[in-house]
Design a binder for this molecule. Sequence first.
Ligand code: ZN
Ligand code: FE
Ligand code: FE
Ligand code: FE
Length: 167
Amino acid sequence: MGLFSKPIKTLDDLFIHTLQDIYYAENQIIHNLPTMIEKAENPELRTAFQNHLRETEVQVKRLEQVFQMHGQPVKSVQCAAMDGILSEAREIISDCDDAHVRDAALLSAAQAVEHYEMTRYGTLIAFARQLKREDYARLLQQTLDEEKAADQKLTSIGESRINRLAA
Ligand code: ZN
Ligand code: FE
Ligand code: FE
Ligand code: FE
C-alpha cells in the first residue's frame, strides 16, 4: 500500500483506485503531449498528436463525470507505470539526433501510452459491469474506443511513412 493511500478492501474500492490512477495518467498525458507535438517533424504524426490531445481533454471530463456519478471526489493517485512510460519516452527522444528517427521514437512512445490506457479502460469497464453500472461502462467505452482508434492511427502512420523515413 502507498504511504497516503487508503486500503483497498472491495471491488468498489479497486474501481475507485483504478479511476484515480487513469485520471492521473490522462492528466500527465495532457501535460506531455504539447512537447511531443513540438518535437514531431512529420505533419501526419503532429496532427495525430494534436487530435488526440483534444480527445484526451474530453476523456478527463468523462472521468470527472464518473467520479461524480459514483459520489466520489475527483482525485488522482500517482501512476508509477505512466510516469515510467513518459520518462522513458523523454529520455529516448532526447537521445535521438535524427528527426526521422526521433519521429519513430515519438510514435513508439505514444503507442506504449495508448496500450497502457487500453488495459486500464478495459479493466474499468469490466469492473463497472460487475458493479452493475452499465452507465459508467458506456462512458468508459467511448474513451476506450478513442484510445484504440488513436493506436490504430499511429500504427498506420508508422507503417506507411515514419518507419520507412527512419530507415
Ligand atoms: Zn489518454
Ligand atoms: Fe486517454
Ligand atoms: Fe497505474
Ligand atoms: Fe490516449
